[in-house]
Design a protein around this ligand. Structure first.
Ligand SMILES: CC(C)(COP(=O)(O)OP(=O)(O)OC[C@H]1O[C@@H](n2cnc3c(N)ncnc32)[C@H](O)[C@@H]1OP(=O)(O)O)[C@@H](O)C(=O)NCCC(=O)NCCS
Length: 182
């Protein structure tokens, strides 16, 4: 079963119109997050979750979720960055954006939607960066598949912690991606 066609834009998760229950990306942790944590975290003011709905309704009157991403502000210690980059930065915590979650419904995987969702997340953070600067975007990979996915799009390895690999992409590199398009 596919979710028919995707809507044309990402919008903030809204439980009154989006069906969280039917979301399944094949990873329990991410399924649990979208079903039970994403809205709580938005209410608490600690992250924002943007979703791509399907273009047609379920029988319950809600739209299925094709994919989503969650972003939040964060910071890293400069010592975790490669030496060539670190030496140009202060010893204070370095502001970054955290790409906290990103997932595609399993029925829609391998159709390019992961790439679209990542590009939309980067574009969103690039826009925020024009108002409030951050040095880089970081992501903590759930597994080696996720790591391979992000490495493919220009993320670089920072370090491993408790079995998770942390990757980063400098905002300068993200800016090049979007400015070269125009
Ligand atoms: C990882 C995930 C987001 C990829 O989404 P997707 O829709 O299947 O990926 P796409 O079809 O957009 O693929 C985009 C590119 O990434 C590549 N890619 C996708 N998954 C990959 C993987 N596991 N390893 C290596 N490359 C991968 C594709 O080959 C494709 O390359 P191309 O542009 O050269 O053709 C999706 O599989 C998913 O939601 N997985 C479960 C949740 C998860 O692990 N999220 C990451 C949390 S940190």
């Amino acid at each position: 079963m596919t979710l028919t066609s995707w809507s044309d834009k990402f919008i903030e998760l809204d439980k009154t119109i989006h069906d969280r229950v039917s979301f399944d990306c094949g990873e329990l942790e991410l399924n649990h997050f979208i079903k039970t944590q994403a809205l709580k975290h938005m209410k608490a003011g600690i992250s924002r979750t943007m979703i791509l709905p399907a273009s047609s309704l379920l029988l319950n009157g809600k739209y299925p979720i094709c994919s989503f991403y969650t972003i939040a502000p964060s910071s890293i210690n400069r010592n975790t960055l490669p030496e060539g980059i670190a030496k140009k930065l202060p010893h204070y915590p370095i502001p970054v954006f955290l790409l906290a979650q990103l997932a595609v419904h399993k029925n829609e995987q391998s159709s390019g939607l992961g790439k679209i969702t990542l590009i939309k997340a980067l574009e969103y953070l690039y826009e925020i960066n024009s108002h409030m600067r951050a040095f880089a975007i970081i992501v903590d990979c759930l597994n080696s598949n996720a790591e391979k996915f992000y490495l493919k799009f220009g993320f670089e390895k920072l370090y491993s912690n408790k079995g998770r690999v942390r990757l980063f992409i400098p905002m300068r590199k993200v800016a090049e991606l979007f400015s070269s398009e125009g």
